[in-house]
Design a binder for this molecule. Structure first.
Ligand code: NPW
Ligand code: K
Length: 474
C-alpha cells in the first residue's frame, strides 16, 4: 500500500472560529475550551523549561485568556509567576480566566523581565499591526528571557498569510492550539516560531489544508519489474544538463525506467538513464508508448520554436500525467490559449517558482496558499508553488504546505530534480496531488540529509537514502 499521510491539519483564523463555535454549539462551553488550551500549554511549557520564574504576557482577547489559565496552572505547581497585562480581559471567557488566576498582575509597560517569557498577547484575532510601543516592549522582554514561548502564534504575525505585523524576534517554542495555522509554516512568520508543538484540545477542526509529512511508499515486491516501478520520460531541449537532472531525480526517487528524449546534444549522465535522440516525429512516436507513466517537460527545454514544438508534442500525446516546469511554464504563460485549454483535462502537475508563477497566473492577492489554490482552479491542474514554504494545491481545493525546509535548496538545478521526483511518484501510480506532496517531501528531506548542498547533483544520492526510509512493505 502507498499512502500520503495528511494528518497535520492547517486551519485559518476563520476555520478555527468555526471549530470553536461548533464545539460550543455541541455543548462544550467556551470556558472549558480555554481551560483545556491553557492546561495543555502549561504542560508543554513545564516539559520544555522545568520550574523557573515565568512572566506571562496577556492581551485582551482569548489568547490572553489562555495566558491567565497558564499562569494559574504554573502557579498551582508552585512556580513563581507574574502576569504582564496589556489591557484588561474583554471576552467573557478571558474575564473568568483572569478572575481565577492567583498570580500577581502588573501593567505590561512596567513589568520586570523573567527567565521564562510566555507570550499570550495575541493569537488568531490579530487584525492590525502591533503598536510600536507594544512591539518594542515584547522584544525587550523576550531579549531578557532565556526561554521564549508563544501561545498559539507569535504575537504580531498574520495567521493566514504569515506576514509580520510587528513581530521581530524568534521564539524557542510555539504551542499551536487545536491545529497548526498557516503562519506556522509560511515565511516570514514561520521563521519566528521555533519548535512547534500542537496541543490537542479535543475539538475537530474542518480544513482542506495540511502540513506535508512523510509519505509511506511501498517497497518493490517479487511481482515488480521496471515498468511497474514506473516509466518516466523526460523531454529534453536546448540545455541537456537540466533534463538529465530531472531524469536522475526520477531514477533516485524509484522510477524503474527513465528515458531522456534528446535533441542531439550529448548530456552525459548515468548509463542507466536511456538516452534517445528524437526529432519531432520520433518524439511523437515515442510519446505514444502506453507504458509511460509520466512525462516531464520544461527543464532545459528552451523557449524557441523547437521548444514549442516539443512542448506541443508532449501536450497532445496520449493521456499519461505531465510534470510541467521551467521553460514549459514560460511558454505556456506566453501563449494566448489558457493553460486549462492546453491541458484539455490531462492530469498535470505544474511546478512554478514565484517568478514563473506570476508570469503564468499574474500577480494575485492573498496568501501563498490562496494564490496556489486559485491557480490550481484556473489551470485545472495541481500547482506546486515552490519557495521556502512550498505549497501544493489541487483544483478541488485541497492544499498542503511543506514544513521545515532546507534553505540550501535555493540553488540552480534543484527544481529540475524536483520535477523528476514528482514524475517518479506519478509513474508509480499516485494521483497528482499526492504525487506532488510525496515529491516535495522526498526532495526536502533529501536536502536536509545532504546538509550544506554544494549543488543539485548532491541531492541525488541523498534522495536514494530518503526513499529507502519511506518504504513500507504492505
Ligand atoms: N478557536 C479556538 O478553538 C480556541 C481559541 N483559543 C484562543 O483564542 C485565540 C483567539 O482569540 P480572539 O479571537 O479573542 O483573538 P486574540 O488573538 O486574543 O485577539 C483579539 C483581541 O485583540 C485585539 N486586537 C487585535 N489586533 C490588535 C492589535 N494589533 N493591537 C491591539 N489589539 C488588537 C482585539 O480587539 P478589537 O480588534 O476587537 O478591537 C481583541 O480584543 C486563539 O489564538 C487561541 O489562543 C483558545 O482559548 C481555545 C480554543
Ligand atoms: K501569542
Amino acid at each position: 500500500m502507498t499512502s500520503i499521510v495528511l494528518e497535520q491539519a492547517v486551519a485559518t483564523a476563520d476555520e478555527m472560529r468555526r471549530a470553536d463555535a461548533a464545539a460550543i454549539a455541541a455543548g462544550t462551553p467556551g470556558e472549558a475550551l480555554m481551560d483545556r488550551a491553557g492546561r495543555a500549554a502549561a504542560s508543554a511549557i513545564a516539559a520544555f523549561t522545568g520550574p523557573d520564574h515565568v512572566l506571562v504576557l496577556c492581551g485582551p482577547g482569548n489568547n490572553g485568556g489562555d495566558g491567565y489559565v497558564i499562569a494559574r496552572e504554573l502557579a498551582e505547581r508552585g512556580w513563581p509567576v507574574t502576569v504582564g497585562q496589556l489591557a484588561p480581559p474583554s471576552s467573557r471567557e478571558a474575564v473568568a480566566a483572569a478572575a481565577a488566576c492567583p498570580a500577581p498582575v502588573e501593567p505590561l509597560a512596567s513589568v520586570q523581565p523573567a527567565p521564562v517569557l510566555v507570550d499570550a498577547l495575541f493569537g488568531t484575532g490579530m487584525k492590525r499591526k502591533l503598536k510600536p510601543q507594544v512591539a518594542g516592549r515584547l522584544a525587550d522582554l523576550m531579549g531578557a528571557a532565556n526561554a521564549r514561548i508563544a501561545i498559539d502564534l507569535p504575537s504580531g504575525v498574520g495567521t493566514d498569510d504569515g506576514a509580520l505585523l510587528g513581530a521581530s524576534l524568534p521564539f524557542d517554542m510555539t504551542i499551536a492550539l487545536a491545529a497548526l495555522k498557516p503562519a506556522h509554516l509560511l515565511y516570514p512568520a514561520a521563521g519566528l516560531c521555533g519548535r512547534i508543538v500542537t496541543a490537542d484540545i479535543g475539538i475537530p477542526v474542518e480544513t482542506r489544508c495540511w502540513r506535508i509529512t512523510k509519505p509511506r511508499l511501498s517497497a518493490p515486491t517479487f511481482a515488480d519489474h521496471k515498468y511497474t516501478r514506473g516509466f518516466a520520460l523526460v523531454v529534453e531541449g536546448a540545455m541537456p544538463g537540466a533534463a538529465m537532472l530531472a531524469a536522475r531525480g526520477a531514477q533516485a526517487a524509484g522510477a524503474g525506467y527513465v528515458v531522456v528524449a534528446g535533441t542531439g546534444a550529448a548530456p552525459g549522465g548515468p548509463d542507466s538513464v536511456i538516452q534517445r535522440q528524437t526529432d519531432e516525429l520520433e518524439l511523437e512516436q515515442l510519446l505514444e508508448d502506453g507504458r509511460i507513466g509520466a512525462v516531464v517537460v520544461g527543464p532545459g527545454l528552451g523557449r524557441d520554436r523547437e521548444a514549442s514544438v516539443r512542448l506541443d508534442a508532449a501536450l497532445s500525446g496520449p493521456g499519461c500525467p505531465l510534470v510541467l516546469d521551467a521553460d514549459a511554464l514560460v511558454l505556456l504563460g506566453a501563449s494566448a490559449i489558457p493553460v486549462a485549454r492546453r491541458l484539455h483535462g490531462r492530469a498535470a502537475v505544474l511546478t512554478p517558482h514565484e517568478g514563473e508563477f506570476v508570469r503564468l497566473f499574474g500577480a494575485q492577492t492573498g496568501s501563498r496558499v490562496d494564490r496556489a489554490r486559485k491557480a490550481a482552479a484556473t489551470a485545472q491542474a495541481v500547482v506546486v508553488l515552490k519557495g521556502p514554504d512550498t505549497i501544493v494545491a489541487a483544483p478541488d481545493g485541497r492544499a498542503a504546505i511543506s514544513g521545515s525546509p532546507s534553505f540550501w535548496l535555493s540553488t540552480a538545478g534543484t527544481g529540475d530534480v524536483l520535477s523528476g521526483v514528482i514524475a517518479a511518484m506519478l509513474a508509480r501510480g499516485l494521483e497528482p496531488f499526492e504525487a506532488a506532496c510525496a515529491g516535495v517531501w522526498l526532495h526536502g528531506e533529501a536536502a536536509r540529509l545532504a546538509g550544506p548542498l554544494i549543488n543539485a547533483d548532491a541531492l541525488v544520492p541523498a534522495l536514494n537514502r530518503t526513499l529507502a526510509d519511506t518504504a513500507c512493505s504492505n
